[in-house]
Design a protein around this ligand. Structure first.
Ligand SMILES: NC(=O)CC[C@H](N)C(=O)O
Length: 194
């Protein structure tokens, strides 16, 4: 399998290493032409304003949108990447983004004092909890009817799926637990339907 990792800014190296550990070929994506031959793309955590601005400038968001709309492509946004996927970003409506997932995402939702924290999350479809690291994380505060919620932190949604789009508030590439990367490879292979 060939999976891209958007490599404009942020924590892309850890995703790349994880994909390689799972036997996938991981390709750094910096231009639209790098998407050719890929089955999916991971958009890492980092600074969502920077990632959004650069992706727009290089034409990556338009190219990714075409692939998603053609139905042959999976995208997983983690943390800043989840913000990039979101249709709605309250307080930052003008922020450049892909915007194809029917969710609202509140940036830095967990406050400045507890900017970072860790939690063992119950995730739908996983037999044991997933140790999740949140770093200045966003919360998914609304999910449309086509969105399946896979995990909550309190009342907030922190993992959700819409077709072959996946959004997580946390950083799954930091804990050595590969289960969510495996789930994403399944999405990219189109093994998961509904
Ligand atoms: N770890 C992260 O990706 C943080 C996201 C960042 N706070 C933002 O809003 O862009």
């Amino acid at each position: 399998m060939r999976i891209g990792v958007l490599a404009l800014q942020g924590a892309f190296r850890e995703h790349k290493q994880t994909l390689e550990r799972l036997g996938a070929e991981a390709v750094e994506v910096r231009k639209p032409e790098h998407l050719a031959g890929l089955q999916g793309l991971i958009v890492p955590g980092g600074e969502s304003t920077t990632i959004g601005k650069l992706a727009r400038e290089y034409g990556i968001d338009a190219a990714v949108a075409r692939r998603v709309e053609a139905g042959d492509f999976a995208v997983w946004g983690t943390c800043a990447g989840a913000i990039w996927l979101a249709r709605e970003i309250p307080h930052y409506p003008e922020q450049p983004r892909l915007g194809l997932m029917d969710i609202a995402v509140e940036r830095n939702a967990f406050g400045r004092q507890v900017a970072s924290f860790e939690e063992d999350l119950e995730v739908k479809g996983l037999d044991k909890p997933f140790h999740a690291v949140f770093i200045r994380a966003p919360a998914i505060t609304r999910a449309g009817p086509g969105v399946e919620v896979l995990a909550y932190h309190g009342k907030d949604i922190v993992l959700a799926r819409q077709g072959r789009l996946l959004a997580s508030s946390f950083h799954p590439e930091l804990t050595g637990d590969f289960r969510l990367h495996r789930l994403f490879l399944d999405l990219a292979n189109n093994f998961v339907t509904s």
